[in-house]
Design a protein around this ligand. Sequence first.
Ligand code: HGY
Ligand code: MN
Ligand code: MN
Length: 423
Amino acid sequence: MSSQVTSPTTVGVRIDQGRLRERLDALAEISPIPGGGSSRLALTDEDREGRDLVRSWMTDLGLDVTIDSVGNVFGTWKCADGAPVMTGSHIDTVRTGGRYDGNYGVLAGLEVIETLMASNLVPSRPLSVGVFTNEEGARFQPDMLGSLVYVGGLDLETALDTVSIDGARLGDELVRIGYAGPAPVPGLHPHAFVELHIEQGPILEAEGFTIGAVDGVQGISWQEVTIHGQSNHAGTTPMRLRHDPSFVAGAITVFLRDLAIRFGGNQVCTVGKIDLSPNLVNVVPAKATITLDVRNTDETILKRAESEIAAFLEKLANDEGVRIETRVLARFEPVIFDEAVVDLVEQLAIQHGHSVKRLPSGAGHDAQMLARVCPTAMIFVPSHLGISHNPAEHTDDQDLVHGANVLLDTMWHLANDSRIGAH
Ligand code: HGY
Ligand code: MN
Ligand code: MN
């Protein structure tokens, strides 16, 4: 286990706000959507364009750029020997993506390296910035797929054979966009990993904190539920004779909301995707396919939620005379980050004069996968009104700069203080 670092000090240099802003805006211009966000689903042509742009910035910085077999891209400043201190995140987005989710962590990582280089400050370890494939899990499931393969949590063949919601095979898409890289997976274990990300929730802003020292990630349970009923005429079929999947889908949606309210605390439930077939005004549907996103910071409670949902599906199937199939899309237990790295983030944020709050992440992140192989933590900055997965996602420039400067000092310490990090 790594030890505590007593009163770490700042290295004294600060990132270039204008350069970070410029890159965030340039990346956001790739497949822009109204409202200031972007839509770059994983391994689409838009994602490729974003990857190409970030890779060009890595090359311009003189970083050693590698691409692995699941398309993860790494830019490494090979200024020393040994395992690198790694940061990074993702640049794939959901369809209604904002300009900060993921992008900010990748570009702040480049900014940290460029600032240290410009200040002739050479760390005692290499510094690496990772761009992980399919973090969102919107097109291919599970989410955090690239970092999960990187740490050996999912074998490459299974990952490559994953089929997207639009019927494409992940391995074929990697080849098609030119990101089926040569570097083997699982990848090398970093000395330590720290990810900078917007909070995507309302807490830091509502409570007036500038920095979040993220101490973990809540558990995630994603299922696809397919409800097979009987298509019928909307006008002639009496209600008592119906086996209606759209009614069942609606009942499940209401049940999930009620469960979240009943459980309270951190419990959240979402039905984000509903597809009906044949999806016509005058046909009682034959089939409904919905997704369930259920999360909690407590694994025992999350398991209880899952079993209550399973029991409800069984009862519904009997009552409504439909057949219900379920498929797990993602299932990750809650993760606790490394105490010494969280502590370092917290102390450096205080050194920078910021108010800092420890909190778990409600969203999934690549850091939760890297935590399996090296000491890991995250840094949050506030999201305005907690809005995310929405083009209106916003974080003030000052907050973006504060987070990037805390990242800089955290990486500097992780690279130069042998008391902390992997042993
Ligand atoms: O779903 C999530 O939490 C993340 O955006 N992949
Ligand atoms: Mn993200
Ligand atoms: Mn996201």
